[in-house]
Write a protein that binds this ligand. Sequence first.
Ligand SMILES: Cc1cc2nc3c(=O)[nH]c(=O)nc-3n(C[C@H](O)[C@H](O)[C@H](O)COP(=O)(O)OP(=O)(O)OC[C@H]3O[C@@H](n4cnc5c(N)ncnc54)[C@H](O)[C@@H]3O)c2cc1C
Length: 820
Amino acid sequence: MMITLGQILALLVVLWVSAYKRMRTGTALVAAAVVLVAMSFVWDVAIVPWVLLGLFAVVYFFNDLRKDKITLPIFKLFKSVLPPMNQTEKDALEAGDVWWDGELFKGNPEWSKLLSFPKPELSKEERDFVDNQATKLCEMVDDWKVVHEDKDLPPEAWEYMKKEGFLGMIIPKEYGGKGFSALAHSTVVQKLATRSGSLSVSVMVPNSLGPAELLLHYGTDEQKNHYLPRLAKGEEIPCFALTGPEAGSDAGAIPDTGIICKGEHEGKEVVGIRLNWNKRYITLAPVATVLGLAFKLYDPEGLLGDTEELGITCALIPTDHKGVEVGNRHYPMGQAFMNGPTHGKDVFIPIDWIIGGKDYAGKGWRMLVECLSAGRGISLPSSATATGKLSYRLTGAYSLLRTQFKTSIGHFQGVEEALARIAGNTYQLEAMRIMTAGAVDLSCKPSVVTAIAKYHMTELARSVITDAMDIHGGRGVIMGERNYLSSGYMSMPISITVEGANILTRNLMIFGQGAVRCHPFVFREMQAASNPDEKQGLEEFDSLFFRHVGYGVSNFIRTLTLGLTGARIVKKPVSGKTGRYYQQLTRMSSALAMVSDLSMMIFGGDLKRLERLSARLGDVLSHLYLASTVLKYYEDNGRPESDLPYVDWCVQRSLYEMQKAFLDFFNNLPMKGLGRVLKWMVFPFGTKYKMPNDKLEHTIVKPMMSDNELRDRITLDSYIGESDDDAAGRIENAFKKVLATAPIEKTLRKAMKDGSLTQSRTREETVKTAVAAGILTQEEADQYLDAEAARLDAIQVDDYSKEYIVNGAKNAKKSSQAAA
Ligand SMILES: Cc1cc2nc3c(=O)[nH]c(=O)nc-3n(C[C@H](O)[C@H](O)[C@H](O)COP(=O)(O)OP(=O)(O)OC[C@H]3O[C@@H](n4cnc5c(N)ncnc54)[C@H](O)[C@@H]3O)c2cc1C
């Protein structure tokens, strides 16, 4: 009996270790047999462990038996529970690539891969453009004037944008564009966004999902040669219209139609499309010269072939073409970028206006989702980072300048708590911006990663700007030329809504797409199940399914082992403090792999409907990505000591958020018992991850309120005007002056404390007395009073005449006492 138990135990240990190490099943079985043989020499041969091993071996080695008796029934069941999927959903699912997200999802990330991705960097030409042209464009734009007076960018800014190629950053040089990397594109948009949201959106859209991007990937040579050089020079202003009143998030449901028919174009009868559309919310539509249009294409007369319903198609239409209506404007959150509706009734276009020509009829949806998977990782993440950088730099400075209760408000613990969130989130935003743009530059279109970036970065920016507004109090609320926050605060919901509204992105896309695309087997199993050749499908499914089972067992064993050991047995890919974080992230990744598999097994296609459950698993995947970007950024920057507290803050927050997401998932599982078991497996010794503590938060706030290399690096490529009249420049200059006079302030305080100086009614008088008493030199006194004047100016807000408030710029006398 003891011998049998001992050998069963030995067998289990071998299988456990094999599963943990993810050995191939054949190797694990051989290893187990060797151990049993060795034990038989020492003790007697025990029957039970050999029978158990034999059963495994039969299933593994007897292919036909296994396929017939085990795989076939499972294959049939799998096919019957696969959720029905229309072509639009299929295209969306298949679009884009799997990248680092695949590693995070499968439970045992190879960290060396992450660390070996090249550090994303700007070329010299790109760096010059950011430093010179982007700076000059920022100087040309006064956001208050743009948003509140002109409701448009100044004509000279439009001209400059066109002339310098801002509208053609993604167009290759051979077509006259700048041919910039995704990182450069992102950095330019980010810099512009620190100056004006209306400016950055106007530049962002032609470089994002739209005609240029679609032409580059799918256009015919003729279309590319015609449009790309004109788009690059700004001779054509593009827009792209997908959304309409009935189709927002469910964009695949657009009711706009195109019917293939014969018609007249330029005096000749040609095969073409009769279009009807009604679109809204279209950025740049009011000023566009070329309209990218998505519609559903039908061929009732069979002019193109046998298929009547061809599907979503994209075409390019000059806006001066007969019947195209553009021009009216929406007014999104009071912002001044151009946005409006477009309509067309029975507009006839020739067939070769389809992007890519008639071969691309019906392929529009695939084209759109593929392009979106890259663009979504650039435009909004860049503007979200801009919100972070501006808030970091100016809120830190303001927290020093603004004093209440004779203390800079940043020194109050309550304010420090909000400042810490701004600090940590901004570091996170920059790390994620750079790594995600870097991924696009590796010529991949990582669809899950860009959905994570879009959702989380806009949410982080929303948190940052809310904290910045709270810290500024009335100074943030009162709108005017001096206010550098209110416009960004107002426009925040735009980023939340566009390119996949955030609730949908979190609940439907991140895990929905992630679970299928990043899973090493599910997507291929689905493809095998839909193989029209059933025999071949079964063959493929058999191999995938049993590897999937091995993978599932391995995840189960790994989760338990890593939970019980606190993941200390995982090899650290780097030395130093951050090594421990990689171990903990491996543990969470393994738990995610196990829980995802189990959920897909239990809920099947219903998981898509159970958004609240699946979104929490998406949160775990997202935070694994967030933490990875921070660790990578830290390594890429040469592991600066000063960054370590920021890395700690970000990774600790992500671990805590993962723990919370898991707990919410377990607590809300309909099977309560299973929830409890999973909770124990993932957190066998309880929930240990905590939010960053007060001491750490104090450490990360410190650099915000002083002038140092880290502050400059975190806020690199933000536009801060140099003049004291500039909204941001005023704060920055006052901040530097006040910091420079800190020793003088200290001398005065000391003198007052030891009684050698008495405080007078006004600061000027006190300083005068100090000079008279030889406590300060005249030069120090002048410098101190100058800094004090700058500080006082920095805390002022604007006020305007009644007519100006009522009529805006029109015929109104603008008076601002503060400015005066
Ligand atoms: C300023 C601005 C500029 C834009 N520019 C363009 C452009 O240039 N071209 C273009 O084609 N479109 C553009 N859009 C449209 C934009 O892409 C849509 O607004 C977006 O897709 C959301 O659609 P909707 O506003 O109709 O919201 P709805 O679809 O009505 O959604 C409302 C809410 O329901 C949520 N929701 C919907 N379905 C689900 C689900 N299954 N699960 C969970 N939550 C769900 C959404 O997340 C959202 O919170 C722009 C929009 C704005 C506001």
